[in-house]
Design a binder for this molecule. Structure first.
Ligand code: UDP
Length: 245
């Protein structure tokens, strides 16, 4: 069990990317089901008002620190996160280590994107078994059909790319009805990056904690999210610190 810190009452695992993958591989050994989340600054702000989402984040089996803002605010509250661990790097690294005993299902993103993301993951690990891919949608009326697809696929790992909080609420609602799934992880825009639809920021931006600025330049419509991450999140931490509101 890794150490956990708390920000706005949400537990965040303080581990490196390698340790996060090792934890996930370990999850596959037991019979239990695990929800992996990738909290970032906007998700923590959303958890202040949305108590259902807050509970889901609080119950996450592994909450990896997916934004530079979390590292900064951890330090501000006298805590330490060793490094930023992104969803896309974790998915890539985890899938590169997965043996053919297990299989992955890629759910979400635009039409055809999950298939291309699966191709990219298979190119890095020829053993990787892709049990299925489906764009689907997070709307409740599609839930039964999507769950049936996943059950039939027998996948042991499920990546859901509907964006937060929709993807994590979807997992929290459905995981108990997907008995083959040992790990379900909300992965945001990961498939877009793996498929080459979006380009990752140059290493310089990533190292300086400025990946958000790169994404803003490429997708100006993200401005509302950036304001939340860069202004509202620090204000929330200033007010509540480690504790839930
Ligand atoms: N998405 C989807 N269905 C929806 C809403 C979103 O498949 O109804 C996908 C969207 O195509 C994208 C992902 O969810 O692949 C969200 O990506 P975003 O960049 O918002 O996530 P981030 O990486 O910032 O967490």
């Amino acid at each position: 069990m890794s150490q956990r810190i708390r920000l706005l009452g949400i537990p965040i695992d303080t581990l490196t990317g390698e340790e996060a993958c090792a934890r996930m591989i370990g999850f596959l050994a037991g019979g239990a089901q695990h929800h992996v989340l990738t909290p970032n600054s906007e998700m923590l702000v959303a958890s202040v008002r949305d108590t259902d989402f807050r509970r889901v984040l609080q119950e996450g089996d592994l909450n990896i620190p997916d934004s530079a803002g979390l590292l900064l605010m951890a330090r501000f509250t006298g805590q330490k996160i060793p490094e930023r661990v992104t969803g896309v790097d974790t998915v890539r690294q985890f899938c590169s280590q997965l043996s053919s005993e297990h299989s992955v299902f890629l759910l979400g993103a635009g039409e055809g994107v999950a298939e291309r993301a699966a191709d990219a993951l298979r190119a890095a690990n020829a053993q990787l078994v892709v049990a299925g891919t489906f764009a689907g949608s997070p709307s409740p009326e599609d839930e039964d059909e999507i769950c049936e697809r996943i059950r039939t696929s027998g996948a042991s790992v499920l990546f859901v790319a509907y964006g937060a909080p929709a993807q994590d609420m979807w997992i929290a609602r459905t995981l108990k009805n997907l008995p083959s799934v040992s790990i379900a992880m909300g992965v945001g825009g990961t498939f877009d990056f793996l498929a080459g639809k979006q380009k990752r920021a140059p290493k310089f931006f990533q190292r300086c904690g400025l990946e958000w600025l790169w994404r803003l330049m490429r997708e100006p419509r993200r401005i509302g999210r950036i304001v939340t991450a860069v202004i509202v999140f620090p204000l929330c931490v200033l007010r509540y610190g480690k504790n839930a509101p």
